[in-house]
Design a protein around this ligand. Structure first.
Ligand SMILES: NC(=O)C1=CN([C@@H]2O[C@H](COP(=O)(O)OP(=O)(O)OC[C@H]3O[C@@H](n4cnc5c(N)ncnc54)[C@H](O)[C@@H]3O)[C@@H](O)[C@H]2O)C=CC1
Ligand SMILES: CC(=O)[C@H](N)C(=O)O
Length: 432
């Protein structure tokens, strides 16, 4: 439970995560040379608003709350992609966004942010661990990640992981039955660009795989989340803005499979009472997980290249406008729609949005922090054609009205956050 009235208490050496830090890091945290607040003071000053920390007890945002015994048992398919590991973390622990903590302790405004990033990285790390170890949501063992790939060791050791191929119906059923799964988050998919490169596989995974998922979910009374995408719209859809209900004639196998998923899920809901919930995500931007082969991938790559080489070659034209979202907003939206009471959902498939920008606008914002960044354009014709058929702006007013969806990150916060993460990672790598 996340108690908003009690301040966090930092117990120095008695905190195991603190003990694990090196002597130098400890010293930096307790008496930062840059003049920042020592961590002891900073942590005591953190205050949480209900919006910043969402937990099962947070009645103003989620009317469904789960006690120790009736919390959901969650299976995430395709969990090793860009989004799954982050979602597992969010569902296992009621941690608040580390950016929120960072903002709360005012370090973002610290003028020495780039000079003493190693210190700040340690601040991130220790607060994150503190929150992870102290604030439980559904619990580590109640959220199972699955995929057909081998998990990296940090993921493998962070909670349950199971091999699951969504094309194997019997294997899926066995996992659901043996683990008494109640929520299924279906992330397995081939994204837009890789889907065009392998249509047969995309059709199998995105369409046949979805049929298995729908049948299992209906058979076992699961609550099912399937993400859709801006890619579920096409050149004949209104593009600026694109509402929830309009013409959907996508021109990619990815888009066709996602419209199919939306319609099948809604059909199963009406026909069999399946508790199907679906959000159309914009392009998702994250620092610590790589995108899986989509059209919006450039908006992640630019940050890595900007920090590592100071040069970025963009594969979309400078004026290609697409809806985008920072990963924390995307994962929180997913949790919020999963927890929303059924009666608040006037529909089962919602657009969600945060911001909308072009490569040129993104580059300009990054250049405010890294003025030496050089951007060139080498257009990938497949990706460009896809992007030109997608929404430029997303109308998500239904999500905002029905279950109070609200994004936290606009473009400046997104850029600042991405550069802080990637910048501090690379500085630490250089220092080691
Ligand atoms: N990342 C984004 O920008 C957006 C993602 N989405 C949707 O969110 C979901 C998750 O996206 P990402 O994590 O970015 O995708 P990703 O491409 O990074 O990961 C997909 C995962 O599915 C797994 N997979 C492939 N075939 C499988 C099979 N037969 N059985 C089980 N797993 C299999 C892959 O190994 C991979 O780890 C997808 O459904 C995607 O369409 C929607 C809009 C935007
Ligand atoms: C927007 C998406 O669905 C994905 N990132 C892609 O570009 O394919």
């Amino acid at each position: 439970m996340c108690d908003t009235s009690t301040p966090l208490v930092f117990a120095g050496d008695s905190m195991p995560v603190f003990r694990a830090l090196s002597k130098v890091a400890k010293q930096a945290l307790l008496a930062p040379a840059c003049g920042c607040q020592p961590l002891t003071v900073a942590i005591r000053n953190i205050s949480f608003s209900p919006r910043q920390v969402t937990s099962g007890s947070d009645a103003s945002f989620h009317s469904v709350s789960f006690s120790e015994t009736d919390h959901p048992k969650v299976l995430i398919t395709g969990g090793l992609g860009q989004l799954g590991v982050g979602l597992a973390k969010l569902l296992r622990y009621a941690h608040c966004s580390i950016y929120t903590v960072y903002k709360s302790i005012n370090l973002l405004h610290c003028r020495c942010i780039y000079k003493c990033n190693v210190l700040h990285k340690n601040v991130f790390y220790i607060i994150k661990l503190y929150l992870l170890t102290h604030r439980k949501r559904f619990g580590k063992n109640n959220v199972i990640l699955s995929d057909i790939r081998k998990p990296p060791s940090n993921v493998f050791h962070s909670g349950p992981f199971i091999y699951s191929d969504i094309l194997d119906y019997k294997n899926l059923r066995e996992i659901v039955v043996n683990n008494r799964i109640t929520w299924l988050v279906h992330y397995s998919a081939l994204l837009s660009a890789v889907g065009e490169a392998n249509v047969a596989l995309a059709r199998a995974v995105n369409i046949t795989g979805l049929h298995n998922i729908l049948d299992i979910a209906a058979e076992h009374g699961l609550r099912l989340f399937v993400p859709s995408t801006i890619g579920a719209f096409g050149p004949t859809s209104p593009r600026n803005p694109t509402p929830d209900l309009c013409v959907q004639r996508p021109r990619t196998i990815y888009g066709v499979s996602k419209v199919h998923a939306e319609l099948m899920g809604e059909y199963y809901h009406h026909r069999y009472g399946l508790d199907f919930r679906c959000l159309r995500y914009p392009g998702i931007i994250s620092a610590d997980s790589q995108p899986g082969g989509g059209t919006t991938d450039y908006a992640v790559q630019i940050f890595h290249d900007a920090v590592k080489t100071g040069k970025f070659e963009c594969n979309l034209k400078p004026d290609t406008r697409l809806p985008m979202m920072y990963i924390d907003d995307c994962l929180r939206a997913t949790l919020e729609v999963m927890e929303a009471p059924a009666e608040s959902l006037s529909m089962r498939t919602y657009n969600i949005n945060a911001m909308s920008f072009t490569p040129e606008e993104l580059a300009k914002e990054v250049q405010k922090q890294l003025p030496d960044l050089q951007v060139t354009y080498e257009i990938d014709s497949v990706r460009q054609a896809i992007a030109d058929s997608w929404p430029m702006n997303f109308d998500d007013s239904n999500a905002r009205n029905d279950w109070c969806w609200k994004h936290d990150y606009d473009l400046p916060e997104l850029v600042q956050t991405m550069l802080n993460f990637i910048g501090s990672d690379s500085r630490i790598a250089q220092a080691n």
